[in-house]
Design a protein around this ligand. Sequence first.
Ligand code: NDP
Ligand SMILES: CCCCCCCCC/C=C/C=O
Length: 349
Amino acid sequence: MGKFAEACRHIGFEAMFTPRMVIAKAWVLKKHFDGFPKTSDFDLKKIELPNLKDGELLLESVFLSVDPYMRPYSQRDMKEGDIMIGTQVARIVESKNPAFAVGAFVVGNSGWRTHFISDGKDLQLLPSNWPESLPRSLALGTVGMPGLTAYFGLLEVCKMKPGEIVLVNAAAGAVGSVVGQLAKIGGCKVVGCAGSDDKVAYLKKIGFDEAFNYKTVKSLDEALRKASPDGYDCFFDNVGGEFASVAINQMKKYGRIAVCGAISQYNDSVPQKGPYVQIPMIFKELQMEGFLVTRWKNRQEEGVQALLKWVVEGKVKCHEQVTEGFENMPMAFIGMLKGENLGKAVVKV
Ligand SMILES: NC(=O)C1=CN([C@@H]2O[C@H](COP(=O)(O)OP(=O)(O)OC[C@H]3O[C@@H](n4cnc5c(N)ncnc54)[C@H](OP(=O)(O)O)[C@@H]3O)[C@@H](O)[C@H]2O)C=CC1
Ligand SMILES: CCCCCCCCC/C=C/C=O
């Protein structure tokens, strides 16, 4: 070590001159899921990160998202040994890119990792008007991808109009809880279904007109009819399968169904066979449209600003299920698929 570096070490400036070695932790898909994911399907790896090149930045994940799409995505698009796909809120800890300052927070799509290097192209800075008091984790939930799914799904796919009746399932989750609240803001009557009495109580607290526990009702058909004897104009379907097959028969004429998710089918090893949709589609003249939130990438700013405003004004309430510790990511993911979350499931590193 040279005299200058030695002197720096003594006065604590060593880190300024010694390139820091960062070991990132990452969760990989060890084995393709067979049915419901198990913790043994994941492996925790350590990866040594190289020094930054010009234009690059080093980021540290602060919150990571666990989302249902990861389950079908892993089956279709991942190989065993790949790092789990996912989004995080991350802090910039080192920067050789003038567009990104150290200390700023971004949303990244770098998978289940504690640290990563980026050239900035795939990063989204948190909006500059993000209030200091608002948890940054909301950028993964109500003011992020799930909130945008609710926003564009309701406006562009369901085409909801004031006075209409909206049905949403998985209603106490990240997408569903925003769907219900936006439909209320839009002047609709909202019916929500969720898988526990606590979730049902939460839905009523945040303004749903009717809510019931789909796991304990004697007949789903009767419960839907009781909640809205006139039927439904819009059905925001997060669940698919049996629920959707029953609900389609209670759509009003010219009703619109937004096929957002099919979580009841994601863990099936053998595809479900169900009743077919053609008869109600024809005689009720329904519209049923599948969508991915990414369709509205070019309107992301509009959606984020609208959601942020409603959250700041207190018109949209948020709840998060926060799991502490990066090592608990698989557990948080599995828990969310089992319905253990109220609101958005996130992991705090
Ligand atoms: N099309 C798109 O672009 C997008 C689609 N999605 C989809 O939206 C849906 C909701 O996602 P998100 O809000 O993030 O997740 P949630 O926060 O709603 O969490 C998932 C919830 O699904 C419910 N659930 C799990 N298994 C079943 C089942 N067999 N039957 C009924 N409900 C079940 C559970 O709630 P409960 O206790 O009520 O059963 C669980 O809490 C998912 O299907 C997801 O794939 C999400 C984002 C974008
Ligand atoms: C890691 C980047 C992926 C972010 C895109 C998320 C798109 C979600 C589409 C969801 C479909 C069904 O759940």
